[in-house]
Design a protein around this ligand. Structure first.
Ligand code: ADP
Ligand code: MG
Length: 144
């Protein structure tokens, strides 16, 4: 599925709708350049899960947990990870195979350790269509 948005609010609202359908154990990955809207999308997912506290990028902690919503929400930003093996130390598998919803920004950096099934969200700009234009591609991925 491909959708186009023309403001951060539209991206947020699309993610919020998506989160309404989320169930325990769902894993979402976010791919896209710095400043493309991965955190905006994550904030929409959080709101759709009923989380009202502010969501910031967990840059220095790698993972941030939120327990106030309909399901636990685990927000990863793996931008600063040196190697996928570092994820073991923070208990990555316990989150991904746990009872919450997991969101991983920069998931392409830890491709090798992603679970068998996840929903991949790719966000791209197209400056020719305006500074606030984003193309968002949502794909179900099953690793072989
Ligand atoms: P990332 O997490 O990918 O580095 P952020 O979500 O932190 O990016 O920042 C995205 C920036 O782009 C924000 O300043 C946001 O306001 C802006 N923006 C402009 N248009 C859009 C859009 N259509 N969707 C999402 N963000 C947008
Ligand atoms: Mg971010």
């Amino acid at each position: 599925m491909v959708i186009e948005t023309f403001s951060p609010q539209e991206t947020f609202a699309f993610a919020e709708q998506m989160a309404r359908k989320a169930t325990a154990g769902d894993v979402y990955t976010l791919i896209g350049d710095l400043g493309v809207g991965k955190t905006v999308f994550t904030q929409g997912i959080a709101r759709g899960l009923g989380i009202t506290e502010p969501i910031s990028s967990p840059t220095f902690t790698i993972v941030q947990e939120y327990e106030s919503g309909r399901l636990p929400f685990y927000h990863f930003d793996v931008y600063r990870i040196g190697a996928p093996e570092e994820m073991d130390e923070i208990g990555f598998e316990d989150y991904v195979y746990g009872e919450g919803v997991t969101m991983i920004e920069w998931a392409n950096l830890i491709q090798e350790i992603l679970p068998e099934h996840y929903t991949q969200i790719t966000i791209e700009k197209d400056i020719a269509k305006g500074f606030d234009y984003r193309r968002i591609t949502v794909e179900e991925v099953t690793r072989v």
